[in-house]
Design a protein around this ligand. Structure first.
Ligand code: EPZ
Length: 454
């Protein structure tokens, strides 16, 4: 049993090593880039492993900050988390000592809230911090809480924490959401696997990461099925067993590198790429005139950005939506692409209410974008981009500022690299291997200078 961290309410944020990306733009990227495992699948698998006391093994786990935070959060509960080799984790939740997920976990990573369902279902109680909102929206967790209450739990909210109890077992039921929530679906499904009876979840999220979680739960012996595109049914079991699972590739990382090839006018091959999880996005690349060839069998996507040099891309309107619609996490990279398209593109961010503000940084790099309200933006292209200093506010906007800097003339300094490290494995090395002039440097405030990280 790992040494659980003693109980504490107060939270002192750990100092973050402030790093910047220094980028010299204008280089057409060429070559192959391997796509890592999916962040938004791996985090949920780690939570699912707490549904059993037996050992679970995961491969193709991305080496990213969010995975490290989830591993740390589990260790603080008393769970054994081993990392025998790169991209491989083993988790054994024999007997968990503290059923307490503190603010510091939630402050570092919202996804820690996915521990609510499995810990409540297995141990009958948990105290978990309200994750609060972030730069992309208010992001309440009311649907998660209501789902647990529907499954028979009692949940009280005090001082920023949810106190959840379910003496005996949770009870199978119909969990009806007013709209689709990815982690809401996953939390309800995880809890229902150990509940007494039959649970129906709808509308259930259809994201590939949810289906990957279903595959793993079945490997653990759970009775869970997607019985309709938007319906998941679960027959609860008394206990589940340990299992092994290979995490699916990260479609958001793949989309990000596809745009990199297009906006630098390069020729990039994504290997280990989940073609069939990217149909809405690839359809938009096609409408914009980006030559993107998907080979599902070989898990390869070849992006040829020649059209950039031959007059640029075509403007097109986009709207984000739950899967199989265009992923909201691919809206920021797609906006960078649309700055290199001739004509006017309308952007409708329909999932989160604060995910367009970062576009003002693109305007400072030479783009022409209007943001009439917090769900709509108008991009007028094509506009050459130039290097600039920018501050990253969140993971996907951060990666997209890197894309803009790679496409821009001149040098950019992008502050807040730690945001990007949360969700992209070795991003600067992968870009450098494609020929990009990029470095991650430590920022030292007192002298206002930067130096190469140790
Ligand atoms: C998941 O977040 C992903 N995170 C997000 O990726 C992704 O953007 C999002 O799904 C949508 O695809 C992880 O998987 C860790 P939602 P989640 O619940 O589950 C509202 C990234 O960059 N809502 O589907 O939190 C919510 O505010 C991240 O990797 C409620 O109102 O998203 C939003 O407007 C960013 N009440 C909408 O629903 C609730 O209880 C959809 O959110 C829950 C959600």
């Amino acid at each position: 049993m790992a040494d659980a961290k003693p109980f504490h309410w107060e939270f002192t944020p750990e100092p973050v090593t402030r790093e910047v990306f220094r980028i010299e733009g204008g280089v057409p990227l060429t070559g192959e880039v391997p796509i890592s495992g999916s962040k938004n699948a791996a985090l949920k698998m780690f939570a699912a492993a707490t549904l059993t006391g037996e050992r679970c093994r995961f491969t193709n786990v991305p080496e990213i900050e969010d995975v490290r935070v989830m591993a740390e959060t589990l260790r603080d509960l008393g769970v054994v988390v081993d990392h025998p080799e790169a991209n491989t984790y083993e988790i054994a939740s024999g007997d968990v000592e503290w059923l307490f997920v503190p603010l510091e976990a939630a402050a570092k990573m919202r996804a820690s809230f996915i521990l609510l369902g499995p810990l409540l279902a297995r141990f009958g109680q948990v105290i978990i911090s309200n994750p609060g909102g972030d730069r992309i929206g208010r992001r309440p967790v009311d649907l998660h809480v209501e789902a647990m209450r529907a499954l028979g739990a009692t949940i009280e909210y005090r001082n920023g924490y949810y106190f959840a109890t379910a003496p005996g077992r949770l009870r199978g039921t119909e969990v009806r959401f007013p709209f689709v929530s990815v982690m809401g679906t996953e939390n309800a499904m995880l809890a229902a696997t150990l509940a007494d009876g039959h649970t129906v979840i709808r509308p259930a999220a259809q994201e590939p990461e949810v289906d990957d979680l279903i595959v793993f739960l079945k490997e653990m012996g759970a009775e869970v099925e997607r019985t309709w595109p938007d319906t998941i049914e679960v027959h609860g079991k008394r206990r589940l067993r340990g299992a092994e699972h290979r995490i699916i590739p990260d479609r958001i990382e793949a989309g990000t590198f596809a745009v990199a090839g297009a906006v630098t006018g390069g020729h990039v091959t994504l290997t280990g790429a989940p073609c069939d999880h990217l149909s809405a996005f690839v359809e938009i690349l096609g409408r914009a005139g980006v030559d993107a060839e998907c080979d599902t069998a070989a898990e390869r996507i070849v992006v040829d950005g020649r059209a950039l040099r031959e007059g640029g891309y075509r403007a097109c309107d986009i709207r984000t939506a739950p899967y199989p619609g265009l992923a909201t996490d691919l809206q920021p990279p797609t906006c960078v692409l649309l700055t290199q398209a001739s004509g006017t593109s309308q952007v409708h961010e329909a999932v989160f209410e604060d995910r367009l503000e970062w576009l003002s940084d693109l305007n400072r790099m030479g783009a022409r974008i209007e943001i009439p309200d917090n769900h709509h933006a108008t991009i007028r292209g094509r506009t050459p981009l130039h290097g600039a200093d920018a501050d990253i506010g969140d993971l996907r906007a951060g990666a997209s500022l890197i894309l803009a800097a790679l496409a821009a003339d001149g040098e950019s300094t992008i502050h807040g690299a730690h945001h990007v490290k949360r969700g992209y494995e070795n991003i600067e090395r992968k870009f450098a291997d494609l020929g990009a002039r990029i470095a991650r440097l430590e920022e030292r405030f007192e002298e206002g200078t930067v130096s190469t990280p140790s």
